[in-house]
Design a protein around this ligand. Structure first.
Ligand SMILES: [Zn+2]
Ligand SMILES: [Zn+2]
Length: 108
């Protein structure tokens, strides 16, 4: 996971989340979010279905590394193709958590 320079929190790790979930988070809408296998993007149900992430949901890096080379290459190609299709934004993990926490507070 890379680092992002957050205006509020300084240098932080970040999540990559699809633009739809990002918009929901920014607008205070609590939406369902799914995490994709290997790159762990957080994406909305629509993106998950649209790009058939189900095909690769059971693969972790460790499992792919155990596969024969040809099979591993096939999976890796599939994974990177899908991730290229999704439009994602980076969000600082602290900001993301704060936003989620604020939703929970609103509810109570
Ligand atoms: Zn989406
Ligand atoms: Zn932040």
């Amino acid at each position: 996971m890379g680092r992002i320079l957050c205006e509020k929190h300084g240098e932080q790790s970040f999540y990559q989340i699809c633009e739809h979930h990002y918009a929901d988070v920014c607008n205070g809408i609590k939406s369902k979010v799914l995490t994709t296998g290997i790159f762990a993007y957080k994406i909305c149900e629509n993106c998950y279905e649209k790009y058939s992430f189900k095909e690769i949901e059971n693969y972790t890096i460790d499992e792919v590394l155990k596969l024969p080379e040809a099979a591993a290459t096939t999976i890796e190609t599939l994974v990177s193709q899908k991730h290229d299709l999704v439009s994602v934004k980076g969000i600082c993990v602290q900001c993301y958590q704060e936003k989620l926490n604020s939703f929970n507070e609103d509810k109570n």
